[in-house]
Design a binder for this molecule. Structure first.
Ligand code: BGC
Length: 829
């Protein structure tokens, strides 16, 4: 390999197996409460002896059965299963997603998306979020959680930006560590993912990410390192390649960084079907293949029997798995009884997180908070149907989620509703079809097949329009109705994720029917349309609908009428992200930009609530009264949104990613080598200038900067004072609530480059922050501790961290672009 990562120095095994690891583990915490004492006492002889004793008694086949996924004889709908070895008292492991709640077939608390949690800038809240998932995972029969995800937000297009925390390495590191402590404190084993550089969905299973060693350590790895430092039980390898080698068989990462540099003692599993080899992967440091044994099943057993793989490497992997199981009390029967699910406590945390992370981006002319006395027009599909969570493996189905419309109705005197943007279509009129049939409610009986061969007529007025055909159907693939238009299949089956993942909003109609769409530019005249719908074993219901220029115009006109008639408008705009695919633009999808323009023209007291995954461009921004970023707010999102809109809660969130002005002004714009990659390879040439650091380095104004978010009150920052101590930097300042309402301030400390380092450094890095609730008129003195690591750079020459000594500028401000105080301090004495 020619990559720089592979050349990382190996630290002495002795040192790591002795002092360093003991220190990490002791500081780790995160054991199940009942096993804390055990873990403390068992860390030495006892626990190691138990694992070694088991290893000596396990047969080769039994060992191998612990290293790959298998079919669960009693599945609970979770993503993975590893059978135990009953004769030796080794229990099976059930592994469930995911980042916003426990994903099994039973209902679970749908927490707000992690990006919304992160927006609260509150590690303590992240710990409680983890506790909810930890307890619920155990209650729902799980042993391992496939979360948290800590890949950085590098591109606004990445399909899973909602599932992770931030573009900032420090904030991500704090949050992932706290959440893992919360999860593991309840006795559920956490899995930090996806190691490493799975920063996009496009080509995720093949893209080769090229990155230099310094960038890797200073950006993406920081969160993983923090997860290891608090004792994450497991790490999930990413799908992509890193510097030429698949992450799941990348020795430089799995052994060089994870084990030798960081002292990780848990196990590494693949992402789902991300293994590519047997010997290479095992030797590189992979311990477990999921969800099956394609490479780590019989292939591994044969390799050992043939002498191609030494059994000690199998033992090494098994030892890692068993050591974590033992740490969680799974091998000696000290694991606590599974608790009951506490749905009420989960709901309370879900609500608190959604309120704490609600990020008010704009508030002109006192548009917010709303008063309950006036009339409110609610507009937009996610106003009536809550967008609870994003799509893919992080999708969680709760018992219940209110609609924002109902929550607003319970607060305001007069509330009207208009759809405004239709994602599910209107019936195709029978007059356009020959033979005419009811496209709205076709029931096909079990064992029958419904067919229709006819024509669809497009009028002169409709020709050249943009149509979207929308198919709603109840059958599961391959029972999807087949529709051929002029001989071409409208809704072809695409095997893979497309068929597998549930979306947040778009893939299912309100009544649960699956939904697929196809755009079409019709020519005038008649077109051949033939439909075949199989009834299967249970029968099938399907509808064929369409969205046209005329239906769009009707929806907008209805919304404009509602907006005109009301004092205030709350317009819910959405973007429905799903794992496995990236966006192609940061503009709102569909007709929503035009809808916002028309509605704001009719009523400037319009608040746009964004139920989106990540950054959005807002060419309509100046026309609005207010913009509230709620992402995917979980099952309690409606109540939380209403509480913030009506001012019961101060919007406590701040952006954890920069919002670019448009598709041409962000860190990966205009250079396909940076994104999405060229010829399968992608270069992280922005180097250490990830996220807000790039906007500063290139002097590009973002639409909204990292750290931005308004309160309903105002704050003054005063009297900065900074001291270097042996343990780091203490930055003190006073924050005063200068307004008439109680509110939440999130002052942020940024540090400038170190003059003593001859390295290309960021203009400023986030060095610390503090979330503060202050009553009207209250002031508080705050001291933010900045760790030496935050003031250090990775020096590729010495292949280690070096402290950035010398005089350094510090800013204390309300965002990366809103410095309120400036001071300087000599770092390093
Ligand atoms: C995702 C993982 C997830 C796994 C199991 C994969 O497609 O990338 O994040 O944990 O599926 O559902």
């Amino acid at each position: 390999m020619t990559d720089s990562v592979s050349r990382l120095p190996r630290r002495s095994a002795l040192r790591l197996l002795g002092g360093a690891v003991a220190v990490v583990a002791a500081a780790a915490g995160g054991f199940a409460p009942a096993s804390r004492a055990h873990a403390r006492s068992g860390r030495g002889q006892g626990s190691g002896a138990r694992v070694e004793g088991l290893l000596a008694r396990l047969t080769l086949d039994e060992k191998i059965s612990l290293l790959h996924g298998a079919t669960d004889p009693r599945p609970l709908g979770q993503a993975g299963y590893v059978p135990g070895v009953a004769r030796l008292g080794i229990p099976p492991l059930r592994l469930a997603d995911g980042p916003a709640g426990v994903r099994v077939t039973r209902h679970a608390t749908a927490l707000p998306a992690p990006v919304l949690l992160a927006s609260a800038f509150d590690p303590d809240l992240a710990r409680r979020y983890g506790q909810v998932i930890g307890r619920e995972g155990r209650a729902l029969g799980q042993d391992v959680l496939l979360s948290p995800m800590v890949n950085l937000i590098r591109t606004p297009y990445a399909g899973r930006n909602f599932e992770t925390f931030s573009e900032d390495p420090l904030l991500s590191a704090h949050l992932v560590a706290a959440e893992i402590e919360g999860i593991q404190g309840e006795g559920l084993i956490a899995t930090v993912k996806h190691f490493a550089l799975n920063n996009q969905e496009r080509d995720r299973t093949s893209v080769d990410v090229r990155v230099d060693e310094r960038t890797l350590h200073e950006t993406e790895l920081r969160g993983f390192e923090a997860a290891v430092a608090v004792g994450t039980g497991a790490v999930m390898g990413a799908y992509n390649k890193v510097n030429g080698t698949f992450a799941c068989e990348n020795e430089a990462l799995l052994t060089g960084v994870l084990r030798e540099r960081w002292g990780f003692t848990g196990w590494v599993m693949t992402d789902w079907s991300a293994a590519h080899s047997t010997r290479k992967a095992l030797m590189a440091g992979l311990d477990m293949e999921m969800p099956d044994g394609t490479h780590f099943g019989t292939a591994l057993a044969s390799a050992v029997r043939d002498g191609g793989v030494r059994e000690q490497y199998v033992d090494r992997a098994v030892r890692r798995v068993l050591t974590v199981m033992d740490r969680f009390g799974l091998l000696d029967g000290t694991v606590p009884q599974r608790p009951d699910r506490d749905a009420k406590a989960g709901a309370a945390v879900a609500r608190e997180v959604a309120e704490a992370g609600a990020t008010l981006l704009r508030n002109a002319h006192g548009t917010l908070p709303l008063t309950g006395g006036g009339s409110v027009a609610v507009i937009g599909p996610t106003g009536a149907r809550p967008l609870v969570s994003g799509g893919g493996s992080a999708h969680v189905v709760p018992e219940h989620a209110d609609s924002p419309l109902d929550a607003i109705r319970s607060r305001a005197a007069r509330v009207t509703y208009a759809l405004g943007e239709d994602a599910f279509g209107k019936p195709v009129p029978a007059s356009a079809l020959d033979p005419a049939f009811d496209t709205e409610a076709q029931h096909v009986d079990a064992g029958r097949t419904w067919t229709c061969d006819g024509t669809l007529t497009v009028t002169d007025a409709e020709a050249g329009d943009d149509w979207t055909f929308v198919l709603h159907y109840s059958g599961t693939p391959p029972l999807r109705p087949k529709a051929l238009l002029d001989g071409e299949e409208l809704f072809p089956l695409v095997p893979g994720w497309d068929e597998y993942f549930m979306g947040g909003l778009l893939t299912h109609a309100a009544d649960g029917l699956s939904v697929r769409r196809k755009t079409w530019k019709p020519a005038r005249g008649t077109h051949r349309l033939s439909i075949t719908a199989p009834g299967g074993d249970t029968g099938q219901l399907f509808r064929l609908r369409r969205i046209t220029a005329a239906t769009r115009a009707q929806d907008v006109a209805e919304a404009v009428r509602a907006a005109r008639a009301a004092r205030d408008v709350v317009l819910f705009a959405y973007e429905d992200a799903i794992e496995g695919q990236d966006r192609t633009t940061i503009a709102l999808p569909g007709n929503q930009e035009r809808l916002i323009e028309a509605v704001t023209a009719a009523n400037p007291r319009t608040t746009v609530v964004l139920n989106t995954s990540s950054a959005t461009s807002m060419p309509w921004l100046e026309r609005t009264g207010a913009v509230l970023q709620m992402y995917y707010p979980g099952q309690e999102g409606a109540a939380a949104t209403a509480a913030v809109l009506f001012g019961d809660r101060d919007p406590g969130g701040r952006l954890t990613q920069s919002f670019p002005a448009d598709d041409d002004h962000h860190p990966v714009a205009g250079d396909p080598r940076r994104y999405p990659g060229v010829d399968g390879t992608e270069q992280y040439t922005e180097g250490v200038h990830v996220g807000h650091r790039w906007y500063d380095a290139e002097d590009v104004p973002p639409l909204f900067p990292f750290g931005h978010g308004l309160s309903y009150t105002s704050f003054a920052y005063e009297d900065p004072d900074a001291h270097w101590t042996a343990d780091g930097l203490d930055v003190a300042f006073t924050v005063r609530n200068t307004g008439r309402r109680d509110g939440v301030a999130v002052p942020q400390v940024y540090a400038g480059p170190a003059p003593d380092l001859r390295l290309d450094q960021p203009v400023r890095v986030l060095a610390g922050y503090r979330r503060l609730a202050l009553r009207a008129g209250e002031q508080r003195r705050v001291t933010v501790r900045v760790e030496p690591r935050t003031l250090s750079s990775w020096d590729p020459k010495v292949r280690d961290w070096v402290l950035g000594t010398g005089p350094r500028t510090l800013w204390i401000g309300a965002s990366s672009r809103d410095p309120r105080l400036r001071t300087s301090v000599r770092v390093g004495g």
